[in-house]
Design a protein around this ligand. Sequence first.
Ligand code: CA
Length: 405
Amino acid sequence: MNNRLSVPLYASLLSVALLTACASGDGSAGSGSQPISQGAGGGQGQTANGGSTSVESSENEAQENAIVPYETSVLVEGLNAPWELVEVSDGRMFVTERPGTIRVIEDGELLSEPLIEFTDPFNEEGEGGLLGLAADPEFEDNGYLYAYHSYVEGDNIANRVLRLKVSDGTAVIDKELLGDIPGGVNHNGGRIKIGPDNLLYITTGERYEPELAQDQDNLGGKILRIGLDGSIPADNPWNSPVYSMGHRNAQGLTWNPDNGYLYATEHGQRNLDEINRIEAGANYGWPEVEGDDHNNSEYQAPLAHSSNDTWAPSGVAYIEEGPWAGSLIAANLRVEQLLKVTLSEDGKQVDQVEPIFEDEWGRIRNVTTGADGQIYVLTNNRDGRGSPRDGDDKLIVLTPQDQAK
Ligand SMILES: [Ca+2]
């Protein structure tokens, strides 16, 4: 189980012809281990001589890192394509299942009764359905959750962000905060998280219409930011919900709470999956640029990308405590692993990426953090692209070895 690997990295200046449209960023083809490349891309405006640096992990480092410093255990089995997990102040966990239910975990038990089951106009097709979930910082007092789901609107699929109100063991839809987000069978984005500024950040996809990502006025292919009441923050860059643009299908968001840096994962077209640091008003390039094309000064380069390989990254968590503190851990779907992303000290670059738990649990949808340095992992073998095994899908808990009993 403890098969943490360290793979040599190299900075790459890529000129990869990307002529083949893929089935989806979620990746439906077979898996396999692969070398990991890192784009050493820095900030906006980087030039062809933008100071790329090579990073190589030595054999010695690989040896030192050979043990995963966590104990793993399965907390819950029998989830159906879970997408997001949030823990609230009373100790309950709420888990979204893509087919349209929010499940409740109480005292380590998955309750049979869902918190809410979404109905018409709810839509679950392809990658769409019930995706992101966030709990209000004042949940204990107001019972508010925020959810992102696909729905049918006329002949089209769209996505929307709802505020839910929880009372005891059930929830009702309280208010639609933002609707008409472009949706489709695939590329619906769907991660929602509340930032350190108490505002709601939302990833959206371009539903296979790449030009949407470069249309500043369209909500597709973006990272959005709205108030918890649905309002548009006064300091948003374009007087709209749009916070950053040029994204293909970002599905992971996380902050370093110490410096406020926001990181996002994004599915590339066929490869070139990205880890980006998100800044207000920046353009991350899709579909004009993928990976770290240093020959442009217009688009923000990723901190790291998968080069010719695929990660298919979905949820990501900044680890605040425990053995991996200061790193990002990303869920990978197609390559069926976690990706440990070591950030530079200033948080503006990626020093190393390493696959962890390769081929251990199948497709991984999400990673979140819990108390005492624990890390929660959601598998996704029942999402239509995986091979479900006994007990799938699972909530797996990683507990730091010095905390494990
Ligand atoms: Ca990009």
